[in-house]
Design a protein around this ligand. Structure first.
Ligand code: CMP
Length: 366
């Protein structure tokens, strides 16, 4: 859903304010659990919680006025559901007559408002969905190990330690704390066989958790690469030199490019430094500080001369506005030239003109 503007409040600004309110609310409800028992505390955290609740309540109406046509869509979205529950759950507490302190605890549901706009949650959902088969496989393995560990712990220790290993469910608590390598130490097998089993269970636990972590980490890395690819694909279309590539070549180069945002005034490359990458300007303007300064804008490129000649950078280039760049490393630059003669010709003919201009400028200086 395009959030656009929330009435007269800019949506992004409101979102930041809302997050701050949630954090203040969660701190207040935590501190309120101290003040409940501390009669000396004069601060009224419940009043703060009520004020925040009121703002969240009004937020739903603001959204209604701001996006009349989209209200049903908003109410049906996960974000809308979270907003409504954030208001309804504490209200239910008040209506059914919970005391103020317990009603305040229900405000814990606000924690989910922090998640409603983050891309992280959507990313996590996609990663879990992509990797569900292998995650299910490893979870099954975990359950098998858990059950076998509980069973063996019960068989090996039930005689001497019937209080902690007297049944399979009781031994399961030991198995979980051992598999997760938490080891509270409240249940410790005393027999030799029991200790050998504990060693095996701990090692299996580390292996299973490492598998989970590895699957999730590689899933995240794959999703981020896919996201970067899609974003770069859109950006490349704005650089005419690259846009003339065939779809297959384009897909290859998009994989090699890195995007970067540069703030106004920052130096992108410095005269005299060795050249290790070239830059395509997606948006913004850069200043090439040659003796007669040149400004380059969207669709232009720079930093190619030192890659072609192997000489140091011919000029300092700095961003004269917020600039969005695509960066190509020297080795990938060579791949691009080798794979696409059309682009190689275009870059080389512009490079000739630039070098000629630089030569003339340096001659006129003497
Ligand atoms: P390089 O020498 O690697 O680093 C500085 C870059 O500035 C250079 O590559 C060119 O891409 C760019 N540059 C130098 N002179 C000019 C010019 N006259 N016009 C446009 N760009 C230039």
């Amino acid at each position: 859903m395009d959030n656009g503007r929330l009435g007269w409040i800019n949506f992004r600004l409101y979102q930041s304010i809302s997050n701050v309110l949630v954090i203040i609310g969660l701190i207040s409800l935590s501190l309120n659990t101290i003040s409940v028992t501390d009669a000396g505390s004069a601060f009224d955290f419940e009043l703060i919680l009520f004020a925040i609740w009121l703002i969240f309540f009004l937020e739903i109406f603001f959204r209604q006025f701001a996006q009349e046509n989209e209200v049903p869509q908003y109410l049906r979205s996960t974000a809308g559901l979270i907003d409504i529950l954030a208001v309804v759950i504490p209200a239910v507490g008040m209506v059914i007559g919970l005391d103020h302190a317990d009603t305040a605890l229900l405000c814990t549901v606000w924690v989910f408002k922090l998640l409603r706009e983050t891309a992280t949650l959507a990313l996590l959902k996609r990663v879990i969905s992509n990797e569900r088969k292998i995650l299910t496989g490893v979870s099954t393995l975990f359950l098998i190990v858990l059950f076998l560990a509980s069973f063996l712990a019960y068989v090996l220790n039930r005689e001497g330690q019937s209080d902690t290993f007297g049944s399979i469910p009781a031994a399961m608590w030991w198995a979980i704390t051992t598999l997760s390598t938490t080891g509270y130490g409240d249940a410790v097998p005393s027999s030799f066989a029991g200790r050998v089993l504990a060693g095996v269970v701990m090692t299996s636990g580390i292996a299973v958790f490492a598998l989970w972590a590895g699957i999730l980490a590689s899933g995240f890395a794959r999703e981020l690469r896919r996201y970067e690819f899609l974003r770069n694909w859109d950006l490349v279309a704005r650089v005419p030199l690259l846009a003339q590539l065939e779809a297959r070549e384009l897909a290859e180069i998009v994989r090699l490019l890195r995007s970067s945002e540069v703030t106004s005034g920052s130096i992108i490359c410095r005269q005299g430094d060795p050249g290790d990458q070239m830059y395509f300007i997606v948006e913004g303007t850069v200043l090439v500080s040659t003796s007669e300064p040149v400004w380059l804008g969207s669709g232009d490129y720079f930093g190619e001369l030192s890659l072609i000649t192997g000489e140091p950078r011919t000029a300092t280039v700095s961003a004269s506005s917020e600039t969005s760049l695509l960066i190509l490393d020297v080795s990938d630059f060579r791949v691009l030239l080798a794979n696409s003669p059309k682009i190689a010709n275009a870059i080389e003919s512009v490079a000739k003109q630039r070098l000629e201009l630089l030569r003339k400028q340096s001659q006129s200086q003497y």
